[in-house]
Design a protein around this ligand. Structure first.
Ligand SMILES: [Zn+2]
Length: 276
């Protein structure tokens, strides 16, 4: 994946950062990046279906599905954590804006490239599906294709988020960090932007699949444990229990007394509250 970043005062490909240039700029404080992204306002004609014609990430135009300011901030903060870009925000609670972003010195290049590509190539409407029985954490659906001019077509997606589900997550801190809002968003962007899919059969119980392989690349870049499988396991606290947990395992090789050792971490949630 390639992204075009232009620095104030010079244009460079993201992979070609000279260390001398980088350290010289670091001395001046935070990096201010000028990214080639859509304008921070919804200029598309209309907000429904094929008439929209503007790439980027937008709050739902539908009143009942609109994300509150607090929820938009949760989305921005999640994306800031994985990309390492500070200053991601929603302009007028409507459109995701990268105009003022600056490098914080952390973050994943893969996450940055994926977000940038989403902003440049697809239209995504965020929809609030909190307390929904049909969405577990998040889901994305292709809705339509717009044709703003001849020769160009822009796929339009609905990205549904169930913010309540995140409140029920418990587990190891390392695993919770590897399965937060930012990572869940990146997973859905992997579907929309790169056309990656999840395992549809039982392989999902033993492997993460091609979409999570991309998200695992981000986790690797951030030094976090990797998701080991796609489908959650069902765990019953006792044989008599009618209460179960959904659980996902994360793994990381660590060095222990000079030898490599596989460490395992979990996130889990009560299945009766997080239903799909
Ligand atoms: Zn998926």
């Amino acid at each position: 994946m390639r992204s075009t970043l232009s620095l104030v005062g010079g244009r460079v490909a993201s992979g070609l950062w000279g260390s001398r240039l980088r350290s010289a700029l670091a001395l001046t404080g935070a990096f201010f990046l000028l990214l080639v992204t859509p304008p921070c306002e919804a200029t598309g004609v209309g907000t429904e279906g094929h008439t929209f014609g503007q790439t980027g990430i937008f709050n739902s135009p539908e009143a009942s599905r609109r994300l509150s300011r607090e929820k938009l901030q949760a989305v921005s903060a999640g994306l800031e954590r994985v990309t390492g870009w500070a200053g991601i925000h929603f302009e007028r609670d409507t459109v995701l804006c990268l105009r003022d972003v600056r490098e914080s010195g952390s973050g994943s290049p893969t996450a940055r490239a994926l977000l940038l590509k989403a902003m440049q190539t697809v239209t995504i409407f965020l929809e609030d599906y909190s307390r929904s029985f049909s969405v577990a954490f998040a889901a994305i659906q292709r809705r339509a294709v717009s044709h703003p001019d001849s020769g160009r077509s822009i796929p339009i997606f609905s990205l549904r988020l169930d913010f309540e589900d995140f409140r029920y997550l418990t587990g190891h801190p390392e695993a919770l960090e590897a399965f937060d809002m930012g990572f869940v968003l990146l997973h859905e962007l992997g579907h929309a932007v790169e056309g990656r899919s999840d395992p549809s059969d039982r392989r999902g119980t033993v492997e993460p699949g091609e979409c999570e392989a991309l998200v695992n690349e981000v986790r690797r870049e951030l030094g976090l444990p990797l998701r080991a499988h796609y489908r959650s396991e069902h765990v019953f606290p006792s044989l008599l229990s009618d209460f179960s947990f959904g659980r996902i395992r994360f793994e990381r090789m660590v060095e222990h007394q000079g030898k490599p050792r596989l460490e395992t971490y979990f996130v889990q949630w009560p299945t009766k509250f997080v239903i799909r």
